[in-house]
Design a protein around this ligand. Sequence first.
Ligand code: FAD
Length: 306
Amino acid sequence: MPILKSVFYTLSKNKSLNIFAQKHSDKLGVNAFVAGTNIKELDANTTLLNNKNITVTIDNLGEFVHSEKEADEAKNNILFILDYIHENQLKAHISVKLTQLGLDIDDTLCKRNITEILNKAKEYHIFINIDMEDYSHVQSSWNIIDDLKGKFDHFGTVLQACLYRTQEDVTKNADLRLRIVKGAYKENSNLSYQKKKEIDDNYLLLAKRHLLNGQFTSIATHDHKLINELQNFIVEHNIPNSKFEFQFLYGFRTDLQDKLINEGYSVCVYMPYGADWYGYFMRRLAERPKNIMLVLKQNMNKKATL
Ligand code: FAD
C-alpha cells in the first residue's frame, strides 16, 4: 500500500484525532464528503438529490462505540432519522454499521438494537442496509444477519470484493438484497486480494452473479470501467431496472450520477450524516489520496464566498 494511503488509513483509527476533528469540522472541508453535520443540512442535501430523482441511503456516522449507553444513543439517533424520513416523505433508506449498535460489546445488545430499528423501519416500509466493516467484524456481522434472515425481509447487506470469502457469501445469500463494493478496509493478503485488477475482476464476478440471481443488486462503485461493463451485461441479460441501482458516495462523481439518471437508471447516494465524521472522512482520503483535491476545492469555494 503506498505511504500516503497507509498514513490516512492509520489516522482513521485514531480516537483523539476523532475528538479534535469534531470540534473543527467547519475548517476542514468536511462537507465535500459529508452530507450534513445536522439534520437541517441533511434534509436540504437529500431534497436536492430527491428533486433530481436520486434516492439516498443515510448513514448516521459513529465509530468507537464501546459502551451500552453509546450504542443506545446511536440506535436512538437512527430511530429519529426513521421518523424524520417518514414524516417528511423523503426518498431515503438507512445504512447502519453493527459496531455502532454494540457489536464489540455484546451480541445480544447489538441484536436488540438492530431488531428495534428493523421493527420501526417495517412499520414505515423503509429499507435497512447493514454495512460491512473491517474483517474482524465480518463473521460476527454475518452471524447476526443470518439470525435476522428468518424474521425480516426489508433489509440487506454488503459484499466486499477484496475478500476471498465473498464468492462463498454470494452463493449462500442469493436471496438477500446485496450491495457490491470493493472494500474500504486494509486487510492482509491471507484474507484479501491486494491488486486492483484482482479486486475489480472479483467485483464483476460478484455483481454479475447476483444480478443473475434475480435479487436486488446495488452496484456501489465510482469506477466507470466497472459501471460500463455492468451496463452492457444488464442489457445483454435483460435485467429489469427494478432489480438494480447504481450507488455512489455523497460528493463523488456527480457527473456520472446525472448521466445515469438521464439514461433512465436508478441512482442512490450514500449520505454520511452527523458530527462523528472523522473515520469516514479519513477512509475516503486513504482509498484515493487524490480526493484531497475535492476537499481543497471545497475550502477554496467557501473562502471565496466569505
Ligand atoms: P476505486 O478503485 O477507488 O476507483 C476506481 C477508479 O474510479 C479510479 O481509478 C478512477 O478512475 C475512478 N474514480 C474513483 N473516484 C473518483 C472520483 N472521485 N473522481 C473521478 N474518478 C474517480 N466499503 C465497505 O467496506 N463497506 C461498505 O459497507 C461500503 N459501502 C459503500 C457504499 C457505497 C454507496 C459506495 C460507493 C462505497 C461503499 N464502500 C463500502 C466503499 C468501497 O468499498 C470503496 O472503498 C470505495 O467505493 C472506493 O472504491 P471504488 O469502487 O469507488 O473504486
